[in-house]
Design a binder for this molecule. Structure first.
Ligand code: ACO
Length: 463
């Protein structure tokens, strides 16, 4: 199959014109019921066809005994019935002209049922139909208002595409992104990767204008060479962040019994990631922190950075983290220092970190951040706010977002404190400013942006 036809096939995975849900159960709490409910309630605009021989209607929609009885065309089939019956249903989906089968059901190669998985693939292959899964929680694509998963419904729109080999981890993180205020463009559970795998998805998502960064949780790849090529091409288009589990000896064994992955030598993976320009994160938190920074869509011109803070301690911690990960903290030139002094009391400091002091309000933050962003000597601004009783974190967040909105330079912000600061952090994220609860995470996320830029300039990203 050439690249164009493969890409065409995946259009139906993210932007299907119609969906059949096979195993659409009438029982709330059952997987086939919850997937259908999510598709309907998240606002999918195409035709939806429940398929189940036992019912005339499910969730208010007419239900069909088999997919072959559906009157209209079916682009995507979501299959949630016991594994033994899946190959036959997949064959029917192919006969109906579906372009992709999203097979939720478990009970295939991950438990040794290799022959059953091969039958499923043969049934799909006969019709040139692609298969996502089996053993997955589904797929979501927010620009198309598609949530064909049995995870939480209200996925926030954004520009991070998240591919996950682990179902439980992925579904848990789906809920976590909602509480954290992190927006996603796509969420894809790949499970056994019997057909559609990381390289197919990298190909499609790297060309997707709604996606700015691709984040992958992986335990292993099946075809190392294909991954290397796909990741090299994709990282030329946009940043790719990978969390690769199975780093320790025991971790490798755990990965192998979890998804049957060839977790392989971690050093080999390291080399593949380096060669293909992929950024490797070492924890879920770090991966999402970086992805959030990339999702802002801002490309640093260089590493020259200014820290603007209301707290000396946070400034020192961020300074250490920034210097250690490769950001360059500049000495503000006299005209910029004079500008900074307009926004601080006499006992503040116009050096870097710029200390506006504990009484700094929204006006001071906005003025100092805007001054730094508009000066030629500055490439990036790190904003650190420590919550005090005399200042309002949400007002300050809104002011920082306004200043950031006037510039195309990267800004990363810390909002550290209690509930009000958590709300302020979400507010910033909703306005496209990456925001974090600690100085180190803020500095390191900005570093990831600068590192990607350097990789790309050196030609190491995607070469
Ligand atoms: N065509 C249409 N509908 C059918 C067919 C068929 N051929 N066969 C069965 N059905 C209907 C059933 O009548 C039932 O509907 P009802 O509840 O209204 O009676 C519905 O499909 C489901 O069938 P059940 O036999 O009740 O199966 P059940 O819902 O218990 O399980 C499931 C099906 C969910 C696919 C299960 O086999 C499975 O694989 N579970 C694991 C899924 C999973 O965890 N995937 C990985 C996710 S990642 C993670 O770990 C979070």
């Amino acid at each position: 199959m050439d690249e164009t036809s493969r890409r065409g096939d995946l259009d139906a995975l993210f932007r299907p014109r119609s969906i059949a849900v096979i195993g659409a159960s009438s029982n709330p709490g059952k997987i086939g019921h919850e997937i259908l409910r999510n598709i309907i309630e998240y606002g999918y605009g195409g035709e939806i066809y429940p398929v189940n021989p036992k019912h005339d209607s499910v969730l208010g929609l007419k239900c069909y005994p088999t997919v072959l009885d559906v009157p209209g065309d079916v682009d995507m089939g979501v299959v949630a019935i016991p594994a033994a019956y899946v190959p036959q249903v997949v064959d029917q989906l192919g006969a109906k002209g579906a372009k992709v089968a999203v097979v939720i059901s478990s009970g295939f190669s991950e438990v040794g049922e290799v022959e059953l998985e091969e039958r499923l693939l043969r049934a799909a292959g006969k019709w040139g139909m692609r298969v996502l899964g089996p053993n997955i929680f589904g797929v979501a694509y927010t620009p198309g208002r598609l949530n064909a998963t049995f995870g939480p419904r209200d996925v926030l729109p954004g520009s991070i595409a998240f591919i996950t080999q682990s179902g439980a981890l992925g579904i848990a993180l789906m809920g976590w992104t909602i509480t954290e205020g992190i927006g996603l463009s796509a969420l894809v559970s790949v499970g056994n990767k019997s057909d559609v795998d990381d390289d197919d998805l990298l190909g499609w998502l790297s060309r997707d204008p709604e996606t700015r960064v691709i984040l992958i949780y992986m335990e292993g790849v099946k075809e190392g060479r294909e991954f290397l090529e796909a990741a090299s091409a994709a990282s030329r288009e946009k940043p790719i962040v990978v969390i690769k589990a199975g780093r320790s000896e025991r971790g490798v064994k755990a990965a192998s019994s979890h998804t049957g992955s060839l977790a392989g030598s971690d050093r080999v993976y390291d080399a593949v990631f380096r060669q293909s320009g992929v950024l490797r994160a070492y924890s879920v938190e770090q991966a999402f922190d970086w992805a959030m920074a990339f999702a802002s869509g801002r490309v640093p011109r260089g590493d020259r950075t200014v820290i603007v803070t209301n707290g000396g301690g946070a400034g020192v911690l961020a300074t250490d983290a920034a210097e250690m990960c490769g950001l360059r903290l500049i000495d503000p030139p006299p005209d910029l220092a004079a500008e900074f002094r307009r926004y601080m009391p006499p006992f503040g400091s116009a050096k870097n970190p710029v200390d506006l002091t504990g009484q700094a309000s929204a006006r001071e933050f906005e003025g100092a951040v805007a001054a730094a962003l508009s000066h030629d000597s500055v490439d990036n601004v790190l904003v650190l706010y420590c919550e005090t009783a005399v200042t309002d974190p949400e007002e300050i967040a809104a002011a920082v977002a306004r200043a950031a909105g006037e510039s195309d330079k990267p800004v990363a912000a810390m909002m550290m404190g209690g509930e009000r600061s958590v709300r302020a952090m979400r507010l910033l994220r909703s306005r496209g400013v990456p925001a974090y609860p600690t100085p180190e995470r803020t500095a390191e996320s900005l570093c990831a942006l600068v590192r990607y830029r350097e990789l790309r300039d050196r030609g190491s990203a995607g070469v």
